[in-house]
Design a protein around this ligand. Sequence first.
Ligand code: NAD
Length: 480
Amino acid sequence: MMQEKTFGNLVNGEWRISRENPPLEVLSPVDGSLVGRLSSMSHTELDEAISAAKAAQKAWAAYPVYRKAQLMYRAADLLEQMAEEISECLVMEIAKDKKSAVSEVKRSADLLRYTADVGKSLHGEAIFGDSFPGGSRDKMSCVTRVPVGTVLAISPFNYPVNLAISKIGPALMGGNTVLLKPATQGAVSALMMVKAMQDAGLPAGVLNTATGLGSVIGDYIVTHKDIQFINFTGSTEVGQHISALTSMTPVIMELGGKDAAIVLEDADLDFAADNIVDGAYSYSGQRCTAVKRILALDTIADELVEKLKARVERLKTGDPREPGVTVTPLVSTKSADFVESLMRGAIQQGARLVTGGQRTGNLIQPTLLDRVTTEMDVAWVEPFGPVLPIIRVASAGEAVEIANRSEYGLQSSVFTNNLNKAYSIAAQLEVGTVQINNKPERGPDNFPFLGVKSSGMGTQGVRYSIESMTRPKAVTINLT
Ligand code: NAD
């Protein structure tokens, strides 16, 4: 897998380094050190990886389900044994704090085991014709789920292990083979996870990887004739680009978001503040489900702002290797420049800087902006950094209206002690999922997770993911 920090790709059961292109360097956002070198695959080498996946698919689909599940269990155990090594890599490769890095690996092992169990318990159904007018009991349709074929899994930088596993596990349990294309930053950690899966004993070609810059190899793989499904997580911009290129290929798109936390007058404000600060700033806000705006009722806004400020100022920032640090340098200078300009723009337009506002290198201090108006970019744009705008609203109705005016529709939170009111607001919110009295979050991983509008299409979550990457096949028996 590795030669002096050069990581090859898994192709047809072998770790291969590009014969044609020089490697790409992955440098640490923590201290600029070399994390590893990645193979930059040529089109011919990508063809080889996709052919390997295609060639292995029929035999893998026929592999007994309980044995597929055994491999997932073994991979989960190996992954847990590698938790220290992989989490160390996550810390340096994407500047994730150590505690979150360990929890990402452990959660991924749990996810694999759960996926194995769900994969074993998926059954088809038999439908009789006589439930439809004019139909007959002599007609019976046996409906089973069959794999879609070769799945291209494209993952983002922020959860290199978990978001890759959440695609690979369900795809494999559904009988598909996979080509994983991880984000360049995060690919070393993702390849370590793939090694655990391969060492568990996956047959050659069942899981393959492709590294190389998305902007260079992306269009080639997404339009490849032998890719039958694309499971993508990343930015809305890239997701829309891929959708435009691949009209007849089924996709899951999990894209950007602007998750709102709506705080009503009867919320427990200490509880809401704890949740919001955790939700907005952990891993420096680089999470699709980070709280990205607060819509607070005027009547409680002053008190809420004070409670948030006190908590934000207690956050530890800096080096992800230090215990207790949650806000770390952003993944790239480009990203830090973007977040800084969004923050500065809002202050120039009249937002009140409650706390934060400074930048050192790529570390942005956790920033809270009050009195943000709907004229400001920060009210609508996804920062993917530790900047949280507060928009004050006069009523719950106004909160819903502003929440829904966003181009995004991933998740929303409602904080209130009135469950009836919360449920009624949840029903009106144009998002994939709603949290009542909790920060937005993807898990538990057996729950459905999806975005609407520019936040995506298709549904993830173990059973939903397996169903998305399989299709029904109906065989109708006509008794004579
Ligand atoms: P990104 O869109 O820059 O990259 C995502 C992946 O796409 C990477 O593997 C990249 O190499 C690849 N890529 C780039 N160009 C491509 C092309 N032309 N064809 C194919 N692949 C290409 O996203 P990122 O910066 O890694 O991640 C951050 C974004 O991801 C944020 O917008 C965040 O909200 C989103 N995200 C969404 C979810 C979700 O579940 N909805 C989860 C995590 C992150």
